[in-house]
Design a protein around this ligand. Structure first.
Ligand code: PDD
Length: 288
């Protein structure tokens, strides 16, 4: 039996129901977050909680700071109650503006946000990380606040579906001839020998994995230029990699059916991959 958390209660998943008037369902009016848990330890809780708080205030959902901080204990309990305290897991947290009769404008003050969280086993696809993945390019027709992790994921859903139909793992999104990010990852590329990624701003999600990689690169003397990669630069990139909570660092070995560089994961990607692995598994020993 899977236990989930809904509005203050730990209950069997089968009993967890939300209103048909929930604004998450009606309008995609909510924010979500996903964390990685390794042997019961949440990776970078502080950074995820800060992004959640920023997202909620960005769309003006009134969830107080103590409720956000309390979600850490919720995640930990879901991990232990579901027998996930050994090995790897993910926990998704979803917060919507709550249930109320349909109006585009906000519901009456006092409407309680809906808060839901669930944990699952996460199996790291190590062969895929080793060999790399295929990706396609796809138009970025999402809205202009991609810095907010909203549950309104239609742009990402359609992009990932196109990737899946093309036998690829990810869609690298292009807006006005520029690579922004992946459907559910941040994107880095080595162009003319220089490692680049899109700068933070309204066009990309401030990925927690991206943030950790930026720190690791600084600590280890790996130069990074936060400047958008154009579509033509992407075509001649010698390395491309993706990063995210459930993707770690994943090499892209082919884009739109053409090999990236030599068609095998490159040296910068491998180095960054090793650095992230050692950070992820720091407290439990390397090499998992
Ligand atoms: N996606 N960009 C987008 C659009 C994302 O959805 C994600 C994460 C990332 C990477 O962010 P982080 O390193 O914080 O996971 C970048 C998650 C994993 C998801 O939607 O499941």
């Amino acid at each position: 039996m899977t236990t989930v958390y809904l509005n203050g209660e730990f209950i069997p998943k089968e009993r967890a129901t939300i209103s048909v008037e929930d604004r998450g369902f009606i309008f995609g009016d909510g924010i979500y977050e996903v964390v990685r848990v390794i042997d019961g330890r949440i990776f970078e809780w502080g950074a995820h909680a800060a992004r959640l708080a920023r997202g909620l205030s960005g769309i003006r959902i009134p969830l107080d700071a103590s409720s956000i901080e309390a979600l850490k204990g919720v995640c930990e309990r879901l991990v232990s109650d579901n027998g996930l305290a050994d090995g790897e897991a993910t926990v998704y947290m979803q917060v919507s503006r709550g249930a109320a009769p349909r109006t585009h404008h906000f519901p009456p003050p006092g409407t309680r946000p809906t808060v839901y969280a669930s944990a699952s086993r996460f199996v790291v696809p190590r062969d895929q990380r080793e060999a790399g993945v295929r990706a396609i390019t796809f138009p970025d027709f999402r809205w202009l606040r991609c810095d907010l992790k909203t549950v309104n994921l239609l742009g990402a859903v359609l992009a990932r579906q196109a990737a899946t139909e093309a036998g690829a793992y990810e869609a690298v999104l292009l807006r006005d001839g520029i690579v922004t990010e992946g459907a559910a990852t941040n994107v880095f590329a080595v162009v003319d020998g220089v490692l680049r990624t899109h700068p933070l701003g309204n066009l990309v999600l401030p990925g927690i994995t991206r943030q950790v990689l930026v720190e690791l690169m600084k600590e280890n003397g790996i130069a990074l230029v936060e400047k958008p990669v154009t579509q033509s630069e992407l075509l001649r990139a010698t390395e491309v990699f993706l990063c995210g909570t459930t993707t770690d660092v994943n090499p892209v070995i082919a884009l739109d059916g053409k090999p990236v560089g030599s068609g095998t994961p490159g040296p910068v990607t491998r180095r960054v991959q090793a650095l992230l692995d050692s950070r992820l598994y720091a407290a439990v020993g390397a090499g998992r």
